[in-house]
Design a protein around this ligand. Structure first.
Ligand code: FAD
Ligand code: SIN
Length: 510
């Protein structure tokens, strides 16, 4: 058994920023941060566009950022949360800068601000097209300097330890030794990120398997809004490749436009904001164009842009396209929508508390009320930073506990039978195909019911296997993806039954 004051699960921007703050405030307390895979791997690391922060008060205002967020969320945002997050943004940005993250500046030394879909002003603070990598490296380095933070990579949290609706930590699998141990703590924080692998065709890395949401759900935490899956409209189309490389919305903010194969600009047909309409609208419009034409992709045209400046702002995107034979200076970039973000998740209050006592959640795995039905671009890194700060403030004021941990903590019986990795892979691919086909950008009742039947069947099969087989990370990821899929489908069906037209628009349930 390992004991700490704070157990944080996940080493993206949410988990690491919280760990740093707790460590500075309480040098005499210990913080254990477990993370599966290597410590850097996370959605955070791949963020491109940047962080939405009002910094230029001559041309922009908090009111405008609030308004843009509310409009994009389709009437379903929590206004109090939006107000709080937007107004907190400048402080959180300054903190990141103090921790060593560098953001692009113009020749006068002011922050260079990008623009993305749904934003009425230039307000995206960024580090070229690799903002996430810059942030992840800076905060990871900070966290590793702190003596009272113990970062354990390749440690996979399996399940939360909960008794009488109170969380006491989590069971953790050491991926290298295959040892499972209870990690007990006074406070546990889920910062486990996204769910992209449930769909397979996603911008998210392989670690995004919905573990935190599934663990929370199994522990009885309230989960909300899982139907609001955000599909990014523009990922590089590569025949047969599921890992979708993102072509940042900032590229359209820089002047690129979407076209059909025959060169027709189509976005104005669907929305007066054209290529910079909010993401759900652009993805749905592309989906309709593709269904009409039968083509596999649409195109992003950058050929009219100043290519020198383009390369300066988007070096990674330029090089990645080049590596597959597309020169953005001359060729149009083939793009398709792909799963990108989950707006729903573990429901938390304004302090990041879940409905389970002593259990908190922040970042992409949480549902705060900021995003409503559709997240405004670049509001996600911001949300993670603001809510890790809210949790920190709450915990800083909370009484220090002498927790009496529950006695009987052995939860996993060790079986000897091995689960074949071919079986896991086959089931995973089937689940991903099912979700893409029946619970994707456009959904309807019949298809959702079909998907639900299959997902429930798979869940039962996995439960049965778990009785006799050895626990592996891959098995648990599949189990978590299946639970996440079930939540997405069930919430979609519930929304369909109770929603007004706005909501239908936001997740396009026909
Ligand atoms: P993550 O950064 O995903 O971190 C989750 C961590 O939890 C990982 O370390 C993971 O390994 C760990 N973990 C998961 N399950 C377990 C488990 N069972 N046990 C132990 N550890 C576990 N947002 C913006 O605001 N601006 C952008 O420009 C932007 N661009 C993006 C581009 C891409 C390609 C992607 C994929 C996302 C982008 N986003 C962007 C979204 C944003 O990056 C994420 O929402 C945000 O980084 C989430 O941070 P997080 O800390 O909550 O989760
Ligand atoms: C992008 O750069 O297009 C992604 C921004 C985001 O997901 O917020």
């Amino acid at each position: 058994m390992k004991t700490s004051n704070y157990l944080i699960i996940g080493s993206g921007v949410a988990g690491l920023s919280l760990a740093i703050k707790l460590s500075e405030k309480f040098p005499d307390r210990n913080i254990t941060l477990v993370t599966k895979s290597n410590e850097e791997e996370s959605n955070t690391k791949y963020a491109q566009g940047g962080i939405a922060v009002v910094t230029n008060f001559f041309k922009d205002s908090f009111e405008k950022h609030i308004e843009d967020t509310l409009i994009c969320g389709g009437g379903l945002c929590d206004k109090e949360v939006v107000d709080m997050v937007v107004k907190n943004a400048p402080e959180r940005l300054n903190e990141l800068i103090q921790w060593g993250a560098a953001f692009d500046r113009n020749t006068q030394g002011n922050l260079h601000l990008g623009k993305e879909g749904g934003h009425s002003a230039h307000r995206i603070v960024h580090h070229k097209d690799q903002t996430g990598k810059e942030i992840e490296q800076a905060i990871l380095a900070q966290a590793k300097r702190k003596e009272n933070i113990c970062v354990l990579e390749y440690h996979f949290a399996l399940d939360l330890i909960v008794r009488n609706n109170r969380c006491y930590g989590a069971y953790v699998l050491n991926e290298k030794t295959e040892d499972i141990q209870p990690f007990v703590s006074d406070f546990t924080i889920l910062a486990t990120g996204g769910i992209g692998q449930v769909y397979g065709h996603t911008t998210n890395p392989p670690v995004a398997t919905g573990d935190g949401i599934a663990m929370g759900s199994r522990a009885g935490a309230f989960i909300r809004d899982m139907e609001f899956i955000q599909f990014h409209p523009t990922t590089l189309y590569e025949n047969g490749i599921t890992a979708a490389f993102l072509i940042s919305e900032a590229v359209r903010g820089f002047g690129a436009c979407l076209q059909t194969k025959s060169g027709e600009r189509f976005m104005l047909k669907y929305d007066a904001r054209g290529d910079l309409a909010p993401r759900d609208i652009v993805s749905q419009s592309i989906d309709m164009e593709l269904k009409k034409s039968g083509e596999p992709c649409v195109f992003m045209d950058c050929t009219h842009l100043d290519i020198k400046t383009f390369k300066h702002h988007f070096p990674m995107i330029y090089e990645r396209c080049k590596s597959v034979g597309i020169d953005a200076a001359k060729d149009k970039i083939p793009v398709v929508p792909a799963q990108h973000y989950v707006c729903g998740g573990i429901s938390v209050n304004i302090n990041g508390e879940t409905s389970v006592k002593h259990l908190f959640a922040c970042g992409e795995c949480s549902r705060t009320g900021l995003h409503g039905a559709n997240r405004l671009a670049s509001n996600s890194l911001l949300e993670a930073l603001v809510y890790s700060h809210r949790i920190y403030n709450y915990l800083a004021a909370a009484r220090s506990h002498q927790t009496k941990f529950p006695k009987n903590l052995s939860a996993y019986k060790i079986n000897t039978q091995h689960i074949s990795s071919d079986f896991i892979l086959k089931q995973k691919k089937e689940l991903q195909a099912l979700m893409l086909r029946y619970a994707g950008i456009v959904r309807n009742d019949d298809e959702l019911h079909h998907a639900k039947k299959n997902v429930v069947r798979l869940q039962k099969e996995l439960e049965h296997i778990a009785q006799t087989h050895n626990i592996t990370k891959e098995f648990f990821e599949l189990k978590n993806m299946t639970e996440t899929a079930r939540l997405i489908i069930e919430h979609s069906l519930q929304r369909k039954n109770s929603a007004g037209t706005f909501v239908k628009q936001a997740c396009l349930i026909q």
